[in-house]
Design a protein around this ligand. Structure first.
Ligand SMILES: [Zn+2]
Length: 231
């Protein structure tokens, strides 16, 4: 496959379709094919992890229209992205709001920065899938019936999956990141668990703590191959 020439990478040429709206009314967009059986790749579940959107957008812009084989959500949490917050506009951590059987009420803590422990409090939502973004993604996944989901996060620097998969193996080989079976804090109501309970493999690619430029240099080519179905 030939990469799109650099002068033509300024805009996303793959048409987008709305699949819902955020709490503040921002459109949730998905690019690419939406036929049943299409894999799903998403970024910016946490609005302060914008390097995930930059890497995934660059990957998509390297691919000619017609060669995209995945459904792509560049910003699952547009309100958090605009506000610069991990949570959505209501202060809910969307990756604790999925209606998995282990969802629980209460707060979840995250780091203020790499210099602090996990101390900043966010909500898990008033109920499972209380947030419009979560509801929209649940409906999108039900429509796509994807064989797998890849969710991009940062900055742990690992391929996160509870048990090895072909996708995880391929990502480890290309990125040289380690595999982690789980993170060292409680994660109830996460996308991975909800998807797995429906028989859908879900791998989390945790980018390392890198600049946006390094995300494009090192990860966009790998993600471009993934989006073409060539990984
Ligand atoms: Zn994250």
């Amino acid at each position: 496959m030939t990469d799109v020439p650099l002068p033509e990478r300024g805009t996303v040429r793959h048409p987008a379709q709305p699949f819902g709206a955020s709490r503040a009314g921002a459109p949730l967009h998905v690019h690419g094919p939406l036929d049943p059986g299409t894999p799903l790749v998403l970024a910016a579940t946490h609005g302060n992890e914008t390097e995930t959107t930059v890497a995934l957008s660059a990957a998509m812009r390297m691919i000619a229209p017609g060669e995209l084989r995945c459904a792509v959500v560049l910003a699952f949490n547009p309100d958090g992205t605009l506000l610069g917050t991990r949570g959505n506009g209501a202060g809910v951590d969307l990756n604790r709001n999925f209606p998995a059987t282990d969802w629980e009420r209460g707060t979840v803590r995250s780091r203020w920065s790499s210099r602090t422990p996990q101390i900043v409090e966010l909500s898990r939502g008033d109920a499972p899938a209380s947030e419009p973004e979560t509801q929209a993604l649940v409906a999108l996944v039900e429509r796509l019936a994807p064989p797998w989901i890849l969710s991009l996060h940062a900055p742990i620097g690992a391929v996160l999956e509870p048990e090895p998969s072909a996708l995880g193996d391929a990502l480890m080989a290309r990125t040289r990141l380690r595999r982690l079976e789980r993170v060292n804090y409680a994660t109830s109501g996460v996308l991975d668990t909800w998807a797995r309970e429906r028989g859908i493999a879900c791998v989390t690619l945790e980018l390392p703590r890198i600049t946006h430029d390094e995300a494009v240099v090192h990860y966009a080519p790998i993600l471009a191959d993934l989006l073409r179905g060539d990984l």
